[in-house]
Design a protein around this ligand. Sequence first.
Ligand code: PLP
Length: 412
Amino acid sequence: MMRRVYLDNNATTPVLPEVLEAMRPYFGEHFGNASSIHHHGQETRTAVERARESVAALLGCRASEIVFTSGGTEADNLALFGLARHGDHVNTSTIEHHAVLNACKRLATSSVIEGNEIQGCEVTYIPVDGHGVVDPSDVKRALRPNTKLISVMFANNETGVLQPVAEIGKIAREAGVRFHTDAVQAAGKVPIDVDTIGCDLLTISAHKMHGPQGVGALYIRKGTALEPMLYGGSHERSRRAGTENVPGIVGLGKAAELAIAGFERGDDRKMAAARDRLERELLAIEATGLNGTDFRGEPTPRVPNTTNIYFDGIEGEALVIALDLKGLAVSTGAACSSGSIEPSHVLLAMGLSSERAKASIRFSLGKQNSPEDIDFGLEVVPETVSRLRELSPTYSKAASYERRAAHNQRSA
Ligand code: PLP
């Protein structure tokens, strides 16, 4: 059978065996509706509340501040639509996931109610620098008297670059503005503490941290009034109606427990070392570079599992397909935009040319990856890159010689 190595863990992660084991009884013997008062309901209610404690422990908050949702997208939408009203101003960044960007786009559209046109929210998209980082002073400068909410992500899904969320939290607090952070790509990879960040709302998603797909959570700081998006029963303290996805929630709780245990063992440092080895050796290929590097060539602080590299002269999509044929799964960026040939909005926002953005590949590691998986990546990527470059009309051999000389000089 063909060997398959998965280095696309920012798209989704495999459910860990311990997580699957924890979930299994809730598909069968423990099937009760967590709102029922009989034995079956009490059994699942206990499991849901235990999972809430585990998620709260991961984020450093109280269990009562956690609302389970159907995933990161719903939690992001609940944060934004739950707070922002017509006429409010929202500060966000240009590199957010589409779960935030498209929610902001919707907030900004005006609506017609009983024949009257009502203006939508005003939204400011804060730019990033060449390393993919939002400058907190830009966030501060963009504040207006009607700013209701700041929404800036914790870690970017394409580059892994960490945003200065604690500084932004401080600015929000001083201005009396609510602060939401999308921590979908940070949870389980770097320690999170909502009080250190100073956020009022924080999004996580189970399937990015070795839990199941279709479940997530929104942290809502006590005292934050939020309008629900779904109307129905009084589930989740009337903040999110709908019968709880018990197996999914149990899986998220277990994934949170495993993430905490992983930090205690130093798994994150081991993962960073594996990622750094992959990155270092891939950057030794000529005409490549790291997306998210500062001027000294030092990488900007990132989550430990992600690297995003451009391979000049190559179509990223073609490289993804060629690598897939060899058994290596990687990505050109956000999974939801794959299939479209549009360059990544994140890389463009960092100032990359459209050509270079399209020549960029994201490698993202997970807890299941072994050193041999990295070896496999290092075996197939360089040979595939050279083969595609040989076929590339824009990457001639003469130019290649010049590039190699420039590359050697750069890395000397
Ligand atoms: N936010 C970020 C940063 C993400 O990377 C993703 C998923 O790609 C989401 C939100 C959406 O999460 P979900 O897939 O659980 O809806």
